[in-house]
Design a protein around this ligand. Structure first.
Ligand code: BES
Ligand code: MN
Ligand code: ZN
Length: 497
């Protein structure tokens, strides 16, 4: 969606969104518009009464000669309490409503309402961000639009006195939104289109587009490195596995980077431990962690972050076949730790085992965060409301949680204590890739990963419940959410530049 900021002159024709806070508080321009329309706005608000709340919307036909043809009053709630996340949600609601009206473009009058807890330019940016996020849809495979997706809200203009300020404030956000959009596109692509090779190609293309250094490691190189856990997962698939390494060097020369590691299982059939058919189609989304890292790399390059960041993506497909890994197989990971593969459907941790070791060993990062749609168990624990956070590092954990609160991509800290290490003991190898059936399943996955991170400060985000949504959300149409991009960007911005 094209976002513009301009001086507050009322548009001739079209739809104008105006804002009203609790107690029918209006800004000066909106007051003027109310007077000009014979008190239309105030009468509409009085009629709605208490039912007009935050995210409420009143649609009015403007009297002839007003300028705009239609007015949409959007509710902000209590002016002195309103937070950025609330305004983003209002922006999202505006986008949905405008699209519902069949509009391709509209303007929002961002008036300085008395008592607002934020500067007007921040209000404008939050509304724009929410509209852009909620307005996203994946339309690539609709050859004939259906009624409810006939229109695309293409452009939104925010009208305010401080439009130059708002435009400056929006610039880095636009880079982040572009990262989110691209992550969502990747997550939405079906597995026949986006296999490991196509994903690796997308990484290469991104590098050329935004100036990231990109290395693509194919099977021969992965064999040389001894990434046998990752290779074992991919060996049932006819598609070659790849590891993509993307580097952004915006920080000081020689300063240790921050590392982001993503699970990119382009399709997870379960392998020989085959998943049941019901819902298996969702497993095209099993690369959401890698997509989040991809999007975050795009965001930090787009906003020219002053940080050294390396993104490492494990791109594989988990399929059953005559060449597939068998339950009971033992693999020697790159770290030397041996793993009994009891269940070929616990493949994400096998991919990450080699990636985490490789990343820690090669880059000696000052912090390492992995994102993975790792377990169904995290959905049992947390539903789709937030992701699971596993770390032994309280400071890193608190910082990530704070970034989650600020962006609405929330994290709930889960246990990672030593007692759980017992759960993954194997009779034949150092460890096995499953825990004790239904006991603490998400922690069993995390404790497995912990064996491969060495001394690096590390956190694991289990995003299985949040990478896609089966319902519309305040900031995302149902489908891919892009979860992780905004969170990682915020964490990096606050602590690493
Ligand atoms: N990709 C799945 C986890 C998943 C499940 C993501 C549902 C999104 C929605 C993962 O590879 C998996 O299959 N995990 C198993 C682990 C088990 C075999 C120990 C699971 O959670 O059932
Ligand atoms: Mn699986
Ligand atoms: Zn998986």
């Amino acid at each position: 969606m094209q976002i513009e900021f301009a001086a507050p002159t009322l548009p001739d024709g079209g739809t104008l969104v105006v804002l009203a806070a609790a107690g029918n508080a209006l800004g000066p321009e909106t007051e003027a518009l109310d007077r000009q329309t014979g008190g239309l706005i105030r009468r509409a608000l009085a009629l709605a009464g208490d039912r007009f709340k935050r995210k409420s919307m009143l649609e009015l036909v403007a009297p002839e000669g007003t300028g705009p043809e239609r007015l949409l009053i959007a509710g902000l709630g209590k002016a002195d309490e309103v937070k950025v996340a609330d305004l983003e949600a209002v922006g999202g609601a505006i986008a949905v409503r405008l699209r519902g009206l069949g509009l391709e473009r509209a303007a929002v009058l961002v008036d300085p309402i008395g008592g607002l807890s934020l500067p007007v330019s921040a209000v404008a940016v939050a509304l724009a961000t929410g509209a852009a996020l909620r307005g996203y849809r994946f339309m690539r495979y609709r050859t004939k639009p259906e009624d409810n997706d006939a229109t695309e809200l293409e452009a939104l203009t925010l009208l305010l006195e401080d439009h130059a300020d708002a435009a400056d404030l929006y610039r880095p956000e636009a880079a982040v939104l572009e990262g989110v959009r691209h992550a969502r596109d990747l997550v939405s692509e079906p597995a026949n289109v986006l296999g490991p090779e196509a994903f690796a190609e997308a990484c290469r293309a991104l590098g050329a587009e935004v100036g990231l250094e990109v290395e693509i490691l194919g099977r021969p190189r992965l064999q040389e490195l001894g990434m046998n856990a990752l290779l074992g997962v991919s060996q049932g698939s006819v598609r070659e596995p790849f590891v993509a390494v993307m580097r952004w060097s915006g920080g000081a020369d020689g300063e240790a980077p921050v590392a982001l590691v993503g699970k990119g299982v382009c399709f997870d059939s379960g392998g020989l431990s085959l998943k049941p058919p019901g819902g298996m189609e969702d497993m095209k989304w099993d690369m959401g962690g890698a997509a989040a890292v991809f999007g975050a790399m795009k965001a930090i390059a787009g906003r020219q972050a002053k940080a050294n960041v390396v993104g490492v993506l494990g791109l594989v497909e988990n399929m059953p076949s005559g060449s597939a890994q068998r339950p009971g197989d033992v693999v020697r990971t790159m770290s030397g730790i041996t793993v009994e593969v009891v269940n070929t459907d616990a493949e994400g941790r096998l991919v990450l085992a080699d990636l985490l070791h490789y990343t820690a060993d090669r880059f000696k990062p000052k912090a390492m965060v992995d994102l993975a749609t790792l377990t169904g168990a995290i959905i049992i624990a947390l539903g789709h409301e937030q992701a699971g956070l596993f770390t032994d590092d309280d400071e890193l954990g608190a910082r990530l949680q704070a970034a989650g609160e600020a962006t609405g991509e929330k994290l709930w800290r889960m246990p990672l204590g030593e007692p759980y290490a017992e759960h993954i003991k194997s009779d034949i190898a150092d460890i096995k890739n499953v825990g004790r059936s239904r006991e603490a399943g998400a922690t069993a996955g995390a404790i497995f990963l912990k064996r491969f991170v060495g001394e690096v400060p590390w956190a694991h985000l289990d995003i299985a419940g949040v990478t896609f949504s089966k319902r519309d959300l305040p900031l995302a149409q149902k489908g891919a959410t892009g979860f992780g991009v905004r969170l990682l960007d915020r964490w990096l911005r606050e602590h690493h530049g």
